[in-house]
Design a protein around this ligand. Structure first.
Ligand SMILES: Cc1cc2nc3c(=O)[nH]c(=O)nc-3n(C[C@H](O)[C@H](O)[C@H](O)COP(=O)(O)O)c2cc1C
Length: 192
């Protein structure tokens, strides 16, 4: 990373977007990261692609978006290992109960989960977002505990109005707060 005033200038950030209703907020995050000088590569799960189009991320990052294991905008020149190798910082926002379970258990059944499996020793920030009943599920909490043991950073979820209309814990942290957490991680990397 370059040593400029802006800590994220030149940082390579891998943004994983999963199939939570908060996926639309990840576009804002991708835009903020790009504006901060980061080189943002987005990897979306098939469920995320049902909620929001890859084009939105392409538009704000100016970069191709990766959605498939076996083909993509740059075909086989960029695969899950290249994506992992290139990343200085990895962020998953929103992180569904499903991706949290897959990462915690080493499951690799799509491009994002496979890429994340190769990122276990990188700085990874997870922003969970789900219904509060899902968040309270002991299996979800066990998986979150595993991510903490793996030294992943977590931000949120926050309490408030959920997409389903209920009040409770489960809202994804706000993009501005996620950006601030990423900047803190970048500062930590720079010091080490
Ligand atoms: C409209 C809609 C919104 C959803 N929102 C969430 C969510 O916020 N959090 C979550 O964990 N799952 C949510 N789901 C369920 C996930 O999309 C589902 O578990 C999916 O398998 C997740 O796949 P992924 O983790 O590969 O993206 C939602 C599903 C639908 C149809």
């Amino acid at each position: 990373m370059a040593d400029h005033g802006n800590i994220l200038e030149g940082a390579s950030v891998l943004l994983g977007v999963t199939g939570g209703i908060a996926a639309y907020k990840a576009v804002d995050l991708a835009g903020r990261l790009t504006a901060a000088g980061a080189d943002v590569r987005c990897v979306m799960t098939p469920s995320a692609c049902k909620l929001i189009r890859p084009k939105s991320f392409e538009a704000v990052t100016g970069r191709a978006v990766f959605t498939k294991m076996w083909s993509g905008p740059e075909e086989y020149r960029i695969n899950h290992i290249n994506l992992a190798d290139a990343a200085d910082i990895v962020v998953v926002a929103p992180a569904t109960a499903n991706i949290i379970a897959k990462v915690a258990n080493g499951i690799c059944d799509d491009l994002l989960s496979t890429t994340l499996c190769a990122c276990w020793d990188k700085p990874v920030l997870i922003a969970p977002a789900m219904n509060s009943r899902m968040w309270a599920n002991p299996a979800v909490q066990r998986n979150v505990g595993i991510l903490r043991q793996m030294k992943f950073d977590l931000i949120g979820p926050e309490t408030g109005r959920l997409a389903c209309g209920a009040e409770g814990v489960g809202r994804m942290a706000e993009p501005a707060d996620i950006l601030a957490a990423i900047e803190k991680i970048a500062a930590r990397i720079e010091k080490s």
